[in-house]
Ligand binder design. Structure first.
Ligand SMILES: [Cu+2]
Length: 240
């Protein structure tokens, strides 16, 4: 039922920008990790092969300079370069995201982040022990998340009881659901299909069951669903 691709490139262009940025962070982390672990293994090995101690350790006497400042400089430069590269790459990714949102979807990234953008669907997400409620602007509440393909969606996420975390991994959505607080996030699902919605914060014995579906529909099918739900709600309201 759920597909779980390693690379979400085909599912959402905005998710792919995050994914590429994550790949960059991971690459930098792997390079630094290799250097650090190589040092941990090699330095004791090299020094253990030397017969002579580097300098005599005497109580109360600070050891002298060991003449290896060049290595230290290389390490410091490598770390500084990594931080600069991460900063630059993140800045470029956010710019790319803003440009994509503006050109392709006609929306401003800051408006999305603020939780109000013209013509953008806003879904309230309420986590509880143990499930999710999705509330649409027309007042309809569902336990399955329906979304229109190719349109940005804003999620306003909160909780009724304890801390939860709302996530749609395929679409690179993850945000804490905190009682008494509304956290805002957004995504643009591009491909119709069924995606996994899951809680990512251990919240009690039913945590692992806090799974539901996000069904991304072609926009006209979504509009039909939305209208029919509105009518249903109205007729139910009329009967009471
Ligand atoms: Cu939970």
């Amino acid at each position: 039922m759920f597909h779980y691709p390693f690379n979400p490139a085909e599912l959402s262009e905005t998710a792919r920008i995050w994914w590429d940025l994550f790949g960059f962070y991971l690459t930098v982390a792997i390079i630094l990790g290799v250097v650090v672990y190589a040092g941990l293994v090699l330095i004791p090995w090299i020094y253990s092969r030397r017969r002579q101690a580097v300098d005599e350790i005497q109580p109360g006497v600070i050891p002298g300079e060991r003449g290896r400042m060049a290595y230290l400089a290389v390490i410091v430069i490598l770390i500084a370069a990594s931080f600069i590269a991460i900063f630059v790459e993140s800045y470029l990714a956010v710019n790319k995201l803003a440009a994509t949102l503006e050109e392709k979807y006609n929306v401003d990234i800051e408006e999305l982040q603020a939780g109000e953008a013209d013509g953008v669907l806003v879904v309230e997400v309420i986590g509880f022990q143990w499930g999710w409620t999705f509330r649409y602007p027309n007042g309809v509440e569902t336990d399955i998340l329906y979304l229109p393909a190719g349109r940005p969606v804003i999620f306003k996420v909160t909780s009724e009881d304890v801390f939860h975390a709302f996530s749609i991994p395929d679409l690179r959505v993850k945000v804490d659901a905190i009682p008494g607080q509304v956290n805002v996030t957004w995504t643009v699902p591009e491909k119709p299909g069924t995606y996994r919605v899951q809680c990512y914060e251990l919240c009690g014995v039913g945590h692992a069951e806090m799974i539901t579906k996000a069904i991304v529909l072609p926009p006209e099918v979504f509009d039909f669903w939305y209208e029919s739900q509105s009518e249903k709600l109205e007729s139910e309201g009329g009967e009471q």
